[in-house]
Design a protein around this ligand. Structure first.
Ligand code: SAM
Length: 247
């Protein structure tokens, strides 16, 4: 008999908007009734009614940019759960991170910067933010712009950055440093930051502990959200064991 644990139904207390299937020129949204997957740090899961945002690629393939799977939600949730004040979200995608940030009473304003007008139109058409209580929806403003150059009218309290297709990327820290400098953000969470931390720990040949994680974050020069969770080193290790690529 296999020792592999049975997948469990993925559930979260975070807000999961409803999405209908839609097809645009370059992007489409689909809903899969049942999907088996692996969380970012949780194990095998069943994702039910899984909404997926994909971009059409060459030769009829499609690239999944965002979904409401356990992997995507867990890999952004620490940032959403810690957002405060004036929050800048880089990359609209399905509007999930923006919606969850806006739901926090501690968040006063959510500015979402999205490069692709078709994505902005799709999320508007699907009335994603209209599903929020009016006071949360009123906090959100979507701006058509480039995350790499966007500068807000006043310094941000929180920056949530997620503009990438692959989870692992060499250029990521430099890009986030640029976004952090442009927005003046006091706190930052970026997609895949755990991969960066784990990869650096491997390169240094050190275990992931509170001290080594703090040292690595310090090296990055970014005021990262994460270390306030006492189990952050263990979460990084779990995610890295599943998702870290050395390339
Ligand atoms: C992974 S999705 C974001 C998912 C989002 N965090 C959510 O919770 O639904 C990435 C988004 O970033 C956008 N994007 C990519 N590069 C960008 C850039 N330089 N500036 C602004 N948006 C960008 C993509 O068009 C896409 O909508």
């Amino acid at each position: 008999m296999s020792n592999t644990p049975m997948p469990v139904l993925y559930q979260t207390d975070l807000f999961m908007p409803r999405y209908d299937a839609r097809e645009g020129a370059n992007w489409f949204l689909m809903v899969s009734p049942f999907n088996l997957g692996t969380g970012y740090w949780s194990g095998g899961v069943i994702n039910q009614n899984l909404a997926v945002l994909a971009r059409k690629a060459v030769d009829g393939r499609a690239d999944t940019w965002m979904s409401l799977s356990a992997r995507e939600v867990e890999s952004q949730e620490l940032g959403c759960r810690a957002a405060v004040g004036d929050t800048v979200v880089m990359g609209l995608g399905m509007g999930w991170a923006a919606a969850n940030a806006a739901l926090r009473p501690e968040v006063t304003r959510v500015t979402v910067v999205e490069m692709d007008p078709e994505v902005i139109g799709l999320i508007d058409e699907l009335a994603v933010f209209s599903q929020l209580p009016p006071e949360a929806a009123a906090k959100i403003q979507v701006i058509h712009g480039d995350a790499m150059t966007f500068t807000p009218d006043r310094p941000a309290d929180t920056l949530l950055a997620d503009i990438w297709l692959p989870l692992n990327g060499d250029e990521r820290v430099a890009q986030v440093q640029t976004m952090a400098a442009n927005t003046g953000a006091k706190r930052v969470y970026f997609w895949g930051q755990e991969m960066v931390i784990a990869r650096r720990a491997r390169a240094l040949g050190v275990e992931l502990t509170t001290e080594t994680v703090a040292r690595i974050i310090d090296e990055m020069g970014l005021p990262l959200i994460g270390p306030e969770w006492t189990n952050y080193p263990e979460l990084i290790a779990l995610a890295a064991n599943r998702w870290l690529q050395d390339a």
